[in-house]
Design a protein around this ligand. Structure first.
Ligand SMILES: Cc1ncc(COP(=O)(O)O)c(C=O)c1O
Length: 387
């Protein structure tokens, strides 16, 4: 490639660097609750391993002891529609279906695949998508790939959503409206009032709800089935999605839905049809983890307590903190300052990452503290004094 062609990209990278927005991989070593980077060992406060299960070596050993070598398929070598549909897939879907009140379950290679696949498959030009302003990039990409009309409502503003529904519901050109939101939001750690959302939906016959529980599965509800379980609305959410890469200590995405929708997606969802299915061993591991998670209410309660403790500490230091969950942002504003504060906390032994635009809106750069059930109240106290 000529240097002339490369210059274009180098200039853009220089600009990102000047703005404090350049992203880089860092070599890290993770062990238990700690992460070591450049030989510095820090308490890991940037992990999505919310229940501490990914770091649990005994759990891993138990799984491999129970799983015979002959069952340890490391590749499915095909899409599920060809030869990739191993029994492990069917087993995990059956377990999910059983947990989620007998509703149908469908698996995806990742949460990203899930969100960029389901929405374009279901939403055609006669569909309107109403999405919360802060939904994850994967849902935005899914919406962009669809041919639907698309309007965003103010973050968590269900009055604004209702106004939009009233405006569009009688439009004869619109046959379906899909309302898209997260239950716990990935960057602000605040949550949607799912009970109210369901109440609103029931007033509008054309509406389907699409709720992403990526940050709530495993963490909320008596059995860890997410905010939908916590607010007793599992049966009311038409398209209930989540991911296994966070509290579930695995990888992949799932949808809980009506069997007709499941069958329709198997026949129309491109990332499902045209991609090699995940290795069966991952399915077996997720199924194993699901069985554990259903019984981990004590961990969930602990996580709730330390989350409240940290939210209070952040607020009492005068920072903005919208969180009502285990994701606790400390909103600083400018990227350079946020990076400097993250570095200072890292030097003091707390691994906290800065999150900057475009992941969050301009001038809302933040320290994103994500708590796991392995962290103690004493460690939160230490962190609070540093803040
Ligand atoms: C709300 C939400 N949905 C989906 C995803 C994507 O999930 P995955 O990491 O499994 O691709 C994420 C990932 O961070 C997320 O925060």
């Amino acid at each position: 490639m000529s240097t002339h062609l490369l210059d274009h990209f180098s200039t853009q990278l220089d600009q990102l660097k000047q703005q404090g927005n350049l992203r880089q991989f860092s070599a890290n070593l993770q062990q238990d609750r700690y992460i070591t980077i450049n030989q510095q060992r820090m308490l890991n406060l940037a992990s999505n391993d919310y229940l501490g299960l990914a770091a649990d070596i005994q759990l891993r050993e138990q799984f491999f002891d129970e799983t015979l070598n002959a069952q340890r398929w490391m590749s499915s070598s095909s899409s599920r529609l060809l030869t990739g549909n191993f029994p492990e897939y069917e087993q995990l879907e059956a377990s999910l279906s059983h947990a989620f009140h007998g509703r149908a379950a469908l698996l995806f290679n990742s949460g990203y695949h899930m969100n960029i696949g389901i929405l374009p498959a279901l939403a055609d030009s006669k569909t309107l998508i109403l999405a919360d302003k802060l939904v994850h990039a994967s849902m935005i990409d899914g919406i962009r790939l669809s041919t639907a009309k698309y309007v965003r409502y103010r973050h968590n503003d269900l009055i604004h959503l209702t106004q939009l529904l009233e405006k569009y519901h009688e439009d004869a050109a619109i046959e379906r409206i899909i309302v898209v939101t997260e239950s716990i939001f990935s960057m602000d750690g605040d949550e949607t009032d799912l009970a109210e959302l369901v109440r609103i939906k029931k007033q509008f016959a054309k509406v389907m709800l699409y709720v992403d529980e990526a940050h709530a599965i495993g963490v909320r509800g008596e059995r860890g089935l997410g905010c939908a379980e916590q607010y007793a609305v599992i049966d009311e959410i038409d398209l209930l999605v989540g991911t296994f890469g966070k509290a579930m200590a695995s990888v992949g995405g799932y949808l809980i839905c009506h069997p007709v929708i499941r069958e329709y997606l198997i026949n129309s969802m491109r990332p499902l049809i045209f991609s090699t299915a995940q290795p069966p061993i991952c399915m077996a591991w997720t199924d194993f983890i699901l069985r554990q998670v259903l019984q981990l209410d004590a961990k969930r309660q602990h996580l709730l307590q330390i989350s409240r403790q940290l939210q209070q500490a952040v607020l009492s230091q005068g920072y903005d903190c919208p969180s009502s969950s285990h994701i606790v942002p400390v909103i600083i504003g400018e990227s350079q300052k946020t990076v400097a504060q993250a570095k200072a906390l890292q030097a003091a032994g707390f691994y906290i990452m800065p999150v900057r635009p475009p992941t969050v809106p301009q001038h809302s750069s933040r320290l994103r503290i994500s708590l796991t059930a392995s962290i103690s109240a004493a460690e939160i106290d230490q962190l609070a004094t540093l803040l």
